[in-house]
Design a protein around this ligand. Sequence first.
Ligand code: NAD
Ligand code: UGA
Length: 453
Amino acid sequence: MNVTIIGCGYVGLVTAACLADVGNDVCCYDVDQDKIGILESGGIPIHEPGLHEIVARNKAAGRLSFTTDAHRAMTHREAIFIAVGTPSGEDGSADLQYVLAAAHEIGRHIEGFTVVVDKSTVPVGTARRVRAAIAEQLAQRGANPMFSVVSNPEFLKEGAAIEDFTRPERIVVGCDDDVPGERARDTMKRLYSPYNRNRDRMLFMDVRSAEFTKYAANAMLATRISFMNELANLAERVGADIEAVRRGIGSDPRIGYHFLYAGCGYGGSCFPKDVRALMQTARDEGQTLRILDAVSEVNAAQKQVLVDKIVARFGEDLSDRTFGVWGLAFKPGTDDMREAPSRVLIAALLERGARVAAFDPVSMKEAQRALASDLRGRPEALARLSLVEDQMDVASKADALVIMTEWKAFKSPDFDSLKARLKQPIVFDGRNLYEPPAMEELGFEYHSIGRPG
Ligand code: NAD
Ligand code: UGA
């Protein structure tokens, strides 16, 4: 099938590479010249395990191309995916300017029947707006090709994106109940048939329900995390161990083990913004999603939890202290720094006068950019931050080590060497990587989340 993907970000690039890998002819279109330049010259603008190889082999096979030429990208295509960003607007709602710009571009170029696939995470009712934007452009051109807009939200996780895309739990598709909608449904079935093995993973529904499903899923997962974080904070007070509690409740299949890990708050490009957008949708409808208000508030507080523990240990004034930080990305397996808890922690430590030396196995460049932007206008604070290329060097002469991301490389470090480098053997662990009794035996003062210590 001839397919175009609009937007070469995490979702667009993964979708494009995976669809090309099963034999489709895929064209990637982006307005970002630099990104297209990198992709054309064999590079990858993001860190996603396994993606580079798939992109390279499909590009070499002539099934995957990159362009900033909208006409080339959008004529004679059976399906065009919109996979552009939907960041938070000022009021928390999803900013649809990129989605609607893509829709206008589609309307300017399509010729024959085209299935337009909303893959971006968009509020209920967006497909209707996309349809109107395309129709407006077609009317201006005096053109009248048939098209149908379907909602096909994406559920992949960064760091596991290829696996999630090629072995999905479910493929949600919202189609209209009319003739173009029926045709679109067939197109989507054919397109996804390689990933629909063993059992039928496709869930067809109406467009609005598909749009809603995406927000409901992310909000449910964010709720589990915030709830576990609140329980962890209570566990500390009552002397229980949240890890034992997690195993205890996760063993109930009605609860399940996934997404029950307490930590220093959820980050990333999606949970925070999607929770905000769903809250705003509710407000627009005259409803308050009280649970999501709490989920968001708990998460903001949880990003401060390690700061509170550090202040409780060292005092409010940290001006003669140095902290080593392991992990900057919002989670392992990605270089994505969007809404990463590390940004809140580092800003808070610098605010209190501390020096910070930080390391991340893959997101040093992204971190440099994100932290410089957070500290814009505060050159004196920025000067106290150093990004260090060696994992162990961040601990040198530090008053404590703070762990913000559970990268594999942090799981079994050389504890003796770590102890020798730290001024005092103190670890604040926002991801519960180690066992408290083992850390005590190794001679560390160990502060974790929701565990006795
Ligand atoms: P991203 O910011 O990484 O990439 C978006 C890309 O779209 C950028 O390269 C940008 O230049 C391009 N773009 C913007 N406007 C354009 C236009 N008019 N025409 C062509 N290209 C344009 O975004 P992302 O993380 O891939 O997310 C995309 C969407 O998918 C969002 O709605 C997000 O909520 C959703 N989503 C993301 C993930 C994830 O893990 N990142 C997972 C599921 C769903
Ligand atoms: C999340 C969802 O898991 C995907 O299904 C969805 O497609 C995506 O958002 C999206 O809409 O963009 P992602 O943001 O890549 O994926 O990462 P997650 O693995 O979900 O982690 C999000 C945050 O929650 C991270 O900061 C992680 O550290 C935190 N988390 C996760 C916890 O604190 N505890 C957990 O048990 C799980």
